[in-house]
Design a protein around this ligand. Structure first.
Ligand SMILES: [Fe+2]
Length: 306
C-alpha cells in the first residue's frame, strides 16, 4: 500500500475530543420517535432489510472519521432516552453505515456471564476480564469493517475503553523491528472460538491469517495475543522467537500512554471504530452486586461497508 494511504490513517497526536465526539443528529432522534412498532421490530430483528434513507452531512462526516484518522467516533445521545429508544437510535446509526453481521446476533449484549475465557475457548465479551488489545473476530473468513458499541449501563467500577492505532504501530515496527514485522505478515494460527465452529487442532491450523495484511491495497491489522498463544499451545507448535518479539513490541507500544486513549463510556454513548486499523481494549470491571438491573451492559454490532 502507498505511504500516502498509511499516513491518512496514522495519528500525529492522540486525537482530541473535538475530533471524535459528536452529538446525535436530530434526524436520528426524530426518525426513532416516528417509527411504528412494525418498523422498530424490522430495524432490530432484520436491520439489513430496513431502509434508513438518512443522508446528511453529519453522516458523511462520520464516514470520513471512520475511514481515515482518527478511525473512530463517539456519539453522545444524552440521557433522555429509554433502553428501547437507545437501541433503535443505535440500530439506525449502524444500519446507516453499512450491513450488519449476524454471527452473534445483529445486536449482541456484552455482559458478564460469569465465565472465564482462560479456562474455556469463549469470547472475552462474555466475561468481566480485561480483554487485552485486540481487533474483533478471530475467524479467518470474516472481518467486520466497523465495530459498534452502545453503552446502556457502564457498570460500577472499571470497564474503561482503550483505543490505539495499528497504522502507528506498523510505522514503529517498520523502523525498528523489520524482521518481526515481516513475520507478522505471514499467516499465523489463531484459536477457534466463533459460535458454530469446532475447536480442534485441525480447525486451528486451518484458521491462519496474517496480523498485518494489505488487501486491495488497503491496510488490515488482525490481532489478539491470547488466541494466538492458545493456538500454538493447543496444536503443540513452538512460537518463533521473532513472533514473540513482535507481539512483545506490539503490546509495549500499545500500552504506552502516548499511544492510546482511555475513555469510560457513559449511558447512551455510541462508540464506532474502524476494526481494520483501530485496536481496542477494555479494562476489567466490577458490577454492583445489589442491583443486577445496573450491571454493565453494552450492545455490540459488527458492520461492513456496502
Ligand atoms: Fe472487542
Amino acid at each position: 500500500m502507498s505511504a500516502d494511504k498509511l499516513a491518512k490513517m496514522t495519528w500525529d497526536n492522540l486525537p482530541f475530543s473535538e475530533e471524535f465526539i459528536f452529538d446525535l443528529h436530530k434526524d436520528f432522534s426524530n426518525l426513532t420517535t416516528n417509527l411504528t412498532e412494525v418498523q422498530k421490530k424490522l430495524l432490530i430483528e432484520s436491520p439489513n432489510e430496513f431502509n434508513t434513507n438518512v443522508s446528511n452531512n453529519w453522516l458523511n462526516e462520520l464516514h470520513l472519521k471512520l475511514k481515515a484518522s482518527p478511525g473512530f467516533v463517539l456519539i453522545k445521545t444524552g440521557d433522555l432516552f429509554t433502553d428501547e429508544e437507545l437501541r433503535c437510535i443505535y440500530a439506525l446509526c449502524c444500519r446507516s453505515l453499512g450491513l450488519l453481521n449476524n454471527l452473534y446476533g445483529y445486536f449482541y449484549d456484552v455482559i458478564d456471564q460469569g465465565l472465564d475465557f482462560t479456562k474455556k475457548a469463549i469470547p472475552v465479551s462474555m466475561t468481566s476480564a480485561s480483554t487485552g488489545y485486540h481487533t474483533d473476530s478471530t475467524a479467518k473468513n470474516y472481518l467486520p469493517d466497523i465495530v459498534g458499541l452502545l453503552c446502556l449501563y457502564p457498570g460500577a467500577v472499571g470497564g474503561d475503553s482503550l483505543l490505539t492505532n495499528a497504522a502507528n504501530l506498523y510505522n514503529h515496527l517498520y523502523q525498528n523491528f523489520l524482521n518481526e514485522l515481516k513475520l507478522m505478515q505471514n499467516p499465523i494460527i489463531r484459536d477457534v472460538i466463533t459460535p458454530g465452529t469446532t475447536n480442534s487442532a485441525e480447525t486451528i491450523i486451518e484458521n491462519a491469517f496474517p496480523i498485518f495484511s494489505f488487501p486491495n491495497e488497503g491496510f488490515t491489522f488482525r490481532y489478539m495475543r491470547f488466541w494466538i498463544e492458545s493456538a500454538y499451545q493447543k496444536t503443540g507448535q513452538i512460537m518463533p522467537k521473532e513472533l514473540i518479539q513482535g507481539l512483545n513490541e506490539t503490546d509495549l507500544f500499545f500500552s504506552s500512554s502516548q499511544n492510546h486513549l482511555q475513555y469510560r463510556l457513559e449511558r447512551g454513548d455510541i462508540l464506532l471504530l474502524n476494526n481494520r486499523f483501530i485496536c481496542h481494549n477494555r479494562t476489567a470491571f466490577e458490577n454492583n452486586t445489589e442491583s443486577s438491573a445496573s450491571h454493565r451492559k453494552l450492545v455490540r454490532s459488527w458492520i461492513n461497508f456496502e
